[in-house]
Design a protein around this ligand. Structure first.
Ligand SMILES: C[S@@+](CC[C@H](N)C(=O)[O-])C[C@H]1O[C@@H](n2cnc3c(N)ncnc32)[C@H](O)[C@@H]1O
Length: 427
């Protein structure tokens, strides 16, 4: 229960009841069906609660971007479904293409047969009903309902439920699913062998929906970028390619309310033609020369909190204080460590990096005669044929704007991985 969201529901109810009597009715409705649901969510509900239920609403732009795939689905869709509908942003974007009848009752009667949605929070479901009704008025439907009329009755398919289960109840109709699922971190369900331990709920949610849908159903989903680009999700991507036909994959930048980079995937349940459609890739992959041609790439072996004080003392470097794009010779810091140590010269790259950084793969050359232990927040590139000149050349490549562009397209989450660095173009 998100009781703290109730004042926003009251506001929507009052707005609908007041109708055109309010001098700024139009302006208020515009705000209620656009960004207000999100800003009220942030004002009224604690950040901890939002994170726990994965409640971050799509912006109007992102919602329109997703809903425009309804038009590319040339088979007539009987039902547009958002299985995790929140306050209805994706359904509102879908409703922009639905016809408006002269009266509100006739409009909602028709929209109620074309839209479906679920959310585990009753307050969000009610907000969806009210915002759809306000949107219909905004588009010219004349208010003709008795004041005590239950708007919810017009939307029998938009209700409180676990979307991953309730979606199975819609199987008699051809569905186009619009989805921005919760992104909370959860334990991987037992029957999923494509990942172990914790998993981003979005990965599970999508698969659970796919499992329940009929052939030819379509899904357009907004998902966190880690699913597109992360090494941990390689098996999840393979699994998708085995069970659905993927028509589009597109990075769309930052999903601001949740502060996470996202991509849009468009797919069809079609086990006769599974896999990536011609021209579709998870990332640009026609790279002829890569860093891995000339360098071994690995992660530093030192995990600071696991250090055993009785181990041998060796030279040590970590990200803090390393000269960016410069060199360090015979590091002066040391650590007790008996694991893998590296022979200079080599290049280290900071693992933490964000698409908003000016340069993403900030690097330093390490030289000197003594072997060095490397912190695990650094990636190491050791020239296969040895040599300082190779390291210098690599610094030039990493500093170049084309590498930034490549990385921003390839991985938008905040940790560079070994696989991603190996694949950096190195002409
Ligand atoms: C990222 S928000 C997206 C909301 C909406 N689709 C949008 O794009 O604005 C995810 C929503 O999923 C809801 N949710 C979480 N688990 C759910 C589940 N098992 N079934 C249905 N909804 C769920 C949350 O309450 C939240 O409103």
């Amino acid at each position: 229960m998100l009781k703290s969201y109730s004042p926003f529901l009251k506001h929507l109810q009052n707005l609908l009841a007041s109708q055109t009597e309010l001098p700024d009715f139009s302006k208020q409705v515009e705000s209620a069906v656009n960004g207000l649901a999100s800003s009220q969510l942030e004002n009224l509900v604690s950040r901890a609660q939002l994170k726990k239920s994965g409640a971050f609403f799509s912006s109007p732009e992102l919602s329109r971007r997703v809903a425009c795939e309804l038009k590319s689905n040339n088979r007539k869709t009987a039902l547009v479904v958002d299985p995790a509908c929140g306050a209805g942003n994706l359904l509102l974007a879908a409703a922009s293409d639905l016809a408006v009848a002269p009266t509100l009752s006739a409009t909602l009667k028709s929209w109620g047969t074309k839209l479906a949605g679920f959310d585990i929070h009753d307050e969000f479901v009610k907000a969806t009903h009210l915002r759809l009704a306000l949107y219909a008025c905004h588009r010219g439907a004349k208010f003709d309902l008795p004041l005590d009329s239950a708007i919810s009755d017009y939307f029998p398919n938009i209700k409180k439920a676990d979307g991953t289960v309730a979606i199975a109840s819609l199987q008699s109709k051809r569905c186009h699913i619009l989805l921005n699922p919760p992104y909370a971190v959860v334990k991987t369900p037992q029957n999923y062998n494509w990942i172990s331990g914790n998993v981003n709920q979005a990965a599970v949610f999508l698969v659970q929906c796919i499992e329940k849908l009929k052939p030819q159903s379509r899904i357009t989903a907004i998902l966190p970028d880690v699913l597109r680009s992360g090494t941990r999700y390689a098996k999840w991507r393979n699994q998708l390619e085995e069970i659905v036909s993927i028509k589009k994959i597109e990075s769309v930048g930052n999903f601001i309310t949740a502060d996470v980079d996202v991509f849009v995937i468009d797919l069809e349940i079609d086990n006769t033609k599974p896999g990536l459609a011609p021209g579709v890739t998870w990332w640009e992959d026609n790279i002829s020369q890569k860093i891995s041609d000339n360098f071994h790439v690995s992660v530093g072996a030192v995990v600071k909190h696991r250090i055993n004080k009785n181990d041998k003392i060796v030279p040590y470097i970590h990200a803090k204080g390393l000269p960016q794009w410069g060199e360090i010779t015979n590091p002066t810091e040391s650590v007790a460590f008996s694991g893998r140590i590296e022979s200079p010269p080599f290049v280290v790259i900071r693992r933490t990096s964000s698409p908003s950084d000016k340069k993403r793969a900030i690097a330093t050359i390490v030289t000197g005669k003594r072997k060095v232990a490397i912190d695990n927040h650094l990636l190491i590139c050791t020239p296969k044929a040895g040599g300082y000149a190779q390291c210098k050349k690599l610094i030039g490549i990493l500093k170049d704007d084309t590498t930034n562009l490549h990385l921003n397209n390839r991985i938008r989450c905040r940790h560079l991985t070994v696989g991603v660095v190996k694949d950096i173009p190195a002409p």
